[in-house]
Ligand binder design. Structure first.
Ligand code: SF4
Ligand code: SF4
Length: 134
């Protein structure tokens, strides 16, 4: 019982990741998209063609480059030149939730794209951990 309560309190008062800032419409998240198949990032153009044949939604994207590691980057065809979304009211759930993140992503050093107006941070300062009495 005491163990459960301790766990609950630790969970309640532990630091949390927070998102701050706002979208500046740089459009980078819509032109640096990665896809994965079976937890593996897509690196092969032929594979992307197969994906397009298999699922129509992939026809909304075009190849837009590669990372240094060879991972393909895609651009959404609905992205307008001014960085806004051409299908704003009909965009997908993923687009609506962006930049949603999972804790492990941030924990492992994941950050928003360079020009993104959002920032990930922890709601507790480092000094607060140092001040904590044992
Ligand atoms: S649908 Fe709109 S928000 Fe989603 S990736 Fe395309 S341009 Fe970006
Ligand atoms: S990368 Fe960030 S600032 Fe740029 S369009 Fe996407 S959400 Fe907005």
């Amino acid at each position: 019982m005491f163990k459960n309560l301790k766990f609950f309190l630790q969970k309640l008062f532990s630091s949390k990741y927070v998102i701050s800032g706002k979208c500046n419409k740089c459009g980078d998240c819509c032109r640096q998209i990665t896809f994965s198949v079976a937890d593996k990032l897509v690196t092969d153009e032929q594979e992307f063609l197969r994906m397009q044949n298999f699922e129509k939604k992939y026809k909304n994207f075009e190849i837009n480059g590669k990372t240094e590691d060879g991972v393909l980057l895609f651009k959404c065809k609905a992205l307008k030149d001014d960085g806004s979304c051409g299908v704003h009211w009909f965009r997908s759930v993923n687009c609506r939730l962006y930049p949603r993140f999972n804790k492990m992503f941030v924990h492992d050093g994941g950050e928003p794209l360079d020009r993104c107006g959002y920032k990930f941070s922890v709601d507790k300062k480092f000094s607060e951990y140092l001040d904590k009495k044992p």
